[in-house]
Write a protein that binds this ligand. Sequence first.
Ligand SMILES: *Cc1c(COP(=O)(O)O)cnc(C)c1O
Length: 392
Amino acid sequence: MANETFTGKGVNTRLAHLGNDPRGFHGFIHPPVVHASTVLFPDAATMAGRAQKYTYGTHGTPTTDALTAALDALEGSAGTVLTPSGLAAVTVPLLAFLSAGDHVLITDSVYHPTRRFADTVLARMGVEITYYDPLVGAGIAGLMKPNTKVVFTESPASNTFEVQDVPAIAREARARDAVVMMDNTWATPLLFRPLDHGVDISIHALTKYPAGHSDVLLGSVSANERSWGRLHAASEALGNCAAPDDSYQALRGLRTMGVRLARHGEAALDIARWLEGQPGVARVLHPALESFPGHALWKRDFSGSSGIFSIVLAGGGRQEAHAFLDALSIFGLGYSWGGYESLAVHVNLDGRTVGAGSWEGPILRLQIGLEDVADLKADIAAGLAAAAMTRS
Ligand SMILES: *Cc1c(COP(=O)(O)O)cnc(C)c1O
């Protein structure tokens, strides 16, 4: 059962079968978890010519190949490299395509560690960085310089969920010969396929929904035909590779990602709609809500929504945010998201420039897990009551 067997099939059918062929390994459903540095060659000539499929652990194993094949099928990409974290899935392609003297355009609402990488490592390398308004759309053309080599997008934005006009940005950027990258972690390849919209490189923190259980750190970078060679070569040159157990776990996670994501998405939207009517909530930042400014773009480009969004409290600051968080008993206080359990965090927008916005009160990000919605609503209601008490 090669991947082609499942072309055109439903997404859950594809998730259940993509990647490895059970008949390729004695009929076992899962691929073997290959722990490897050395791979032996049968003779000197084969070794000298590296004339066999696997040559050394850093270049891939049947375990990592099963995961990258599944991701290529989902993304429609020419090739995928795995990285030891989602953040490394951001830094490897930026290092692959940027050199001293180049200019990079990065959305101002980017995942904060991406900004830190740019402001430290890329700046030290002599790369010029401009943060642009996430809502710039085709206006990106006006920000491009002759040395702009990469345009970096992330949509919806981390924490505040602005929806970018990715097709328009990609069209303008590629017309001027820049490579377009997108951090697609929020949507997974199930809700948005960047390469179908003109993006060259799609980035995922597999840590989130693909792995899905808050116990794995892993990333992926999937490239179209024109970008794959350079991405792959740079990844190899950097010594980038992914661990076998984590790769196995991420492939296992993909098998159930469709049903998990549907449930996360449905529960999150239900809770988001309910929150719109709750006292003490000024705004709900969720792209699938009709009230959200980016809703029309989201509806045009995405086929669904995942399980993370934010609320803006009606007034107050850090004290109210902490009162809300401390009153929660089901939601955990912790970073990351995409696991089965609900999490809440007080959002910090420090560092943003053009896209900082003005907010009525503190922003709280909610990752909606797989618990029962009624229990989660009761927990949030307790948080809102505690915040209101602090305010009065
Ligand atoms: C979490 C996250 C990352 C980084 O993933 P890690 O595996 O935690 O390093 C990158 N981008 C986005 C949008 C994320 O949410």
